[in-house]
Ligand binder design. Structure first.
Ligand code: TPP
Ligand code: MG
Length: 612
């Protein structure tokens, strides 16, 4: 196949190499300078192309897709400010370890700093938010340069993965003509072979960067500490997207059983939901012996402060969402093993005593080998795990009462919606939860379930700027139902992202918790300072989101809190996208959260007195 010109050659070789390296999807925003990349991606048979109009939304969509799959998604944009609009998602991908490959088109080097149109300094644009960045050589039909291009493409993909996945940036300068226009003599016929793969089957370079396995001494040190513990505890924080597929929840549950240790599972840990959780709670409360493990706990935010501290803690994942949990661990004076595949120190209370740079899945497997099965274990301190079991039961009983329809009609609160959205999500479902109160309410009120729920959020940099797009990107990667629970400011911020519903063929149930502003600020001392609290922090806007129905491919419905359950089920059975907008008074919701937490705390404290 002849190649019309060098820019086209570059685009084709780069895309060919990325496809051979396993790239499956790209998000492209329109522009001229990126033409050689766009034309090559659009023509490639094995890469799914998602077209976006807004680069900020495009990047978050790519982030969401990569987060859901654990595989890199590529991004393409033209030169200039388009590239800067990728930056928020690149930051999130960095902090949350999501593999992203960012391809920014650029003018040739001599036009930089020359007053040329739409030309900014794009080299190193994302600073240290990227795992690696490079500028491609200028296109030329030269054998060595083409080998360099293939090697760079292979390396860029490899650098998005490994022990610390994240974003990689390739800046790609192109000269005109950018379109596949015939330029006689530009690319000799002999380059057909180069295009076919440079004479190699598969990727030009195969890079291997397998999981880190702890050595025997480290494993035995950890196993001995856990085996000798009186009050052992497993804490699972938000999981890295590429770690999720590797970690076997059943293996973690088995480890917890052997140690008789509770697992405190963040909603984003990949461990709060799934078949390993065992029977649903109704069976638990009947007192019947469960068929499977009972070790996964999710209500701890309300009660950990009332329980004795652990003495040995095994921590996997990022820092947990729950502040009471983080503080309880901080004050525990325990031996805390932090297991991190990248060997990073992700623990901002600075109380970890041991950092183990190893893959959590490998550590769990190693511990299962090293620790005896069941009977060999010495007696634990009193009724350590039973105390968690009882506190957990208290928590959900109080919550269930608050969720009863009458109670909701009298005293609605936002947490009830999160509880419902998770409790009644079909098995399986991908649930994306916005920052601010939705993730905190998911942490407190989303009960562990045996269903396969993949609960995701943007907790790397915790922005509210790309929530809808990230959710829809995650939805694009799965046939499961997609549920997004979002606050109104986050929904407003990324309303451009709604265009992906139609352009990218994604359906969702979008639960909009509309408390007319940033409800979270009521939790902060600034609430007392009026002004500027309302105008500058809470920022009520009075926006009527129903107007979005006329712009985007969705149905908008206002739902009373007490009717949410029925509307939610209906939406999940209806094709297309429905926005279920539930109005709340954020102040009243906070009072309700506080009152519920107080009731759980009091009940657990009373149990402690009784048991003492
Ligand atoms: C891009 C970005 N800007 C600002 C913030 C600060 N911030 C955190 S929560 C929040 C309010 C969010 O409001 P909403 O989405 O309605 O959720 P609610 O607080 O009402 O639960 C703001 C402005 C942020 N996290 N990210
Ligand atoms: Mg709000």
């Amino acid at each position: 196949m002849s190649v019309p010109n060098r820019a086209t050659l570059w685009g084709r070789v780069l895309v060919d190499e990325l496809a051979k390296g396993g790239l499956e999807a790209v998000c492209i925003a329109p522009g001229s300078r990126s033409t050689p990349l766009t034309v090559a991606f659009a023509a490639h048979e094995r890469i799914d192309v998602y077209s976006h109009l807004d680069e900020r939304s495009a990047a978050f969509f790519a982030l969401g897709r990569a987060r859901r799959t654990g595989e890199p998604t590529a991004l393409v944009c033209t030169s200039g400010t388009a590239a800067a609009n990728f930056h928020p998602a690149v930051m999130e991908a960095d902090r949350a370890r999501v593999p992203l490959l960012v391809l920014t088109a650029d003018r040739p080097p001599e036009l930089r700093d020359s007053g040329a149109n739409q030309t900014v300094d794009q080299v190193g644009l994302y600073g240290d938010a990227v795992r690696w960045d490079a500028e491609l050589p200028e296109p030329e039909a030269d054998e060595r340069k083409v080998r360099s291009l293939r090697t760079t493409a292979a390396r860029a993909l490899a650098e998005t993965g490994g022990v610390s996945p994240g974003p990689v940036h390739l800046n790609c300068p192109f000269r005109k003509p950018l379109e596949p226009i015939e330029v006689p003599g530009d690319v000799p016929e002999s380059f057909a072979d180069t295009l076919a793969g440079g004479g190699r089957d598969g990727p030009f370079v195969t890079a291997a960067d397998g999981p880190r396995v702890p050595d025997d001494a480290d494993r035995d040190r950890l196993a001995a500490a856990l085996a000798d513990a009186d009050r052992p505890l497993l804490v699972a924080g938000p999981a890295d997207p590429t770690a999720l597929p590797a970690l076997e929840p059943a293996a973690v549950a088995e480890l917890a059983e052997r140690l008789d240790a509770p697992i405190l599972a963040d909603p984003l840990s990949g461990l709060r939901f799934g078949p390993h959780v065992g029977r649903e709670s109704a069976d638990r409360e009947s007192g019947a012996k469960p068929a499977e493990t009972r070790t996964v706990y999710g209500g701890y935010d309300a009660y950990v402060g009332e329980l004795p501290p652990p003495d040995v803690v095994l921590r996997i994942g990022a820092s947990p969402t729950s502040k009471p949990l983080r503080h309880w661990l901080r004050d525990a004076d325990a031996r805390q093993f932090l297991v991190d595949p990248a060997g990073e120190w992700r623990e901002a209370t600075f109380t970890a005593t041991d950092l183990l740079a190893a893959d959590p899945a490998a550590v769990v497997d190693g511990l299962l080998e090293a620790l005896p099965d069941g009977d060999g274990r010495p007696e634990l301190d009193g009724d350590w795990r039973e105390r968690f079991e009882a506190a957990e039961r208290r928590h959900w009983a109080v919550r269930d009462e608050a969720l009863a329809t009458d109670a909701l009609a009298d005293d609605p609160f936002e947490g009830a919606i999160l509880a419902e959205a998770v409790a009644n999500a079909p098995d399986p479902t991908t649930v994306f939860v916005s920052n601010s109160m939705p993730i905190r309410d998911a942490d407190r009120f989303a009960r562990p379930r045996a269903a396969e729920l993949t609960v995701l959020a943007n907790r790397g940099a915790s922005g509210i700027d790309g929530i809808t797009s990230t959710a829809l990107g995650a939805g694009s990667a799965t046939d499961e139902p997609l549920v997004l629970v979002t606050g109104d400011l986050a929904f407003y911020h990324d309303s451009n992202g709604l265009l992906a519903l139609e352009r990218c063929g994604v359906d969702a149930t979008i639960v909009l918790l509309d408390n007319d502003g940033g409800g979270i600020f009521h939790e902060l001392p600034i609430e007392e300072f009026e002004p500027p609290f309302t105008d500058q922090f809470k920022t009520p806007h009075g926006l009527d989101f129903s107007a979005l129905e006329d712009v985007y491919d969705l149905a908008f419905e206002r739902v009373a809190p007490a009717d949410f359950s029925a509307a939610y089920r209906r939406s999940l059975e209806t094709p297309g996208t429905q926005v279920l907008s539930v109005a709340f008074d954020s102040e009243a919701s906070h009072r309700r959260r506080d009152a519920l937490a107080e009731r759980v705390t009091e009940a657990v404290a009373a149990d402690r007195e009784d048991g003492a």
